[in-house]
Design a protein around this ligand. Sequence first.
Ligand code: BES
Ligand code: MN
Ligand code: ZN
Length: 504
Amino acid sequence: MPKPIELTAAPLKIAFQKLSAEPSGVVVALAGPDLAFGDATARFLAPIEPAIARAAAAERFKAKAGSGFEMLAPLITDLDRLVVVGLGDGKEPVDWVKLGGQIRGRVPDAAEQVVVLLDAASGAPDAEAAADLALGMRLRSYVFETYKTKKKDDDTPSRLSKVTIAVADESAAKKAWKLKEGLAEGVETARTLVNEPPNVLTPKEFAKRAQELEELGVEVEVLDDKALKKLGFGALLAVGQGSEQESRVVVMRWNGAKNKDAQPIAFVGKGVVFDTGGISIKPGAGMEDMKGDMAGAACVVGLMHALASRKAKANVIGAIGCVENMPDGKAYRPGDILTSLSGQTIEVINTDAEGRLVLADVLWYVQDRFKPKFMVNLATLTGAILVALGVDNAGLFSNDDELSENIFKAGKATGEPVWRMPMGPEYDKLIDSKFADMKQTGGRHGGSITAAQFLKRHVNGTPWAHLDIAGTGMGSPSSDINRSWGSGWGVRLLDRVVRDSYEG
Ligand code: BES
Ligand code: MN
Ligand code: ZN
């Protein structure tokens, strides 16, 4: 029997050393325009300076952010490979997370020792830059290979397991990274949940994974079918009733504020572990992607992980509705009239518009029980948002300008941008129903907007924002900091919203 191969890659390990220490192995040097290096870097590279200048000219290197070239076995003791990476022209501030991802992309997988010299002509960047660089390198390194049992060929180099960042102040960098490592873990958690197959990640298993947050001091409460029925989650349960799998609602609580009784903020996620469309069944092509229809819930779990890891000074509720949307003899059908937790009745039009039913009950429950300052929900809610915005912006719908502005700004800062979409009574009237308090859908035109109007009818006036992440949460193109199908989108964004606007 051949030995089984360890394929599940552990997260990239990050170490720090002093800039003054002699680096070895693969060394990454950062350069500004005219090949300007920081002092420590320049000193180290001095013996091969003419060769670097010649290589840079041959490569037409202009120090554009993330651009680069490399030299093999340059004549410095213990230097296997030199990778020079551009810092940009200095007019724009450096995006260290992105640069970290770009650097990781330029380092060979087979490298055993990698040292990044975090140094610049304008002076060595600070600890926050070091932590952001580490974050970018680590996120770019994430792979999901849990279910592969064979390597493609035996020559595949083993995966880079560790990098060292050389910094001016080692202990400050370590401290900054310690605060940021939980954010990396949170994004990884969200990605893994999205990547997991639907036969493994059932609503019950999802709840179990959320319960792992208890190790970080998060209180986790799981409501099962019976409890949900008793409470009156009539809309959510209708979606799950055609599945062999029971539904679950998970409530997570992080009480990090000085005043443990202070009004919390709340995050709500759509957790449809698989969306067949139900009786209004989807076409077969691409249906496998609907395992990712729980990306909103995955983000909420990842966010709670990140907040608890850095002991965020805020009281935060995370709530997710986990169901499987399947067609069988017990499945809900178009024409059914449901009574939601709010007491409002809903005429079902299309069983494939299931996400809004799940969210309606969880949103109502959260505002009713916790009276939060605001609620933000995330959901892979509509294909229409992909038509409107593509895969580079999430749709933002809100009844509150200040909250919208805070999310918009955090989107710019983190590179997880959102674009605000309109709402209003003219759209709301499209979901009035002949037979019930409201229709579940409003037709093809403005499909993402009428979905948001439907949610708004279940927030009871609470300041609220809805992020439609159907385009950004899964299957989006690879980026500098992500090569995985599940992107973990929203964890960094909302961690930033909390940090910048609601802590302290
Ligand atoms: N989960 C889908 C939306 C979706 C589509 C997510 C593509 C990710 C990629 C959602 O439940 C859905 O099926 N929405 C319908 C709504 C319609 C029936 C009103 C849609 O967008 O077609
Ligand atoms: Mn659907
Ligand atoms: Zn769905």
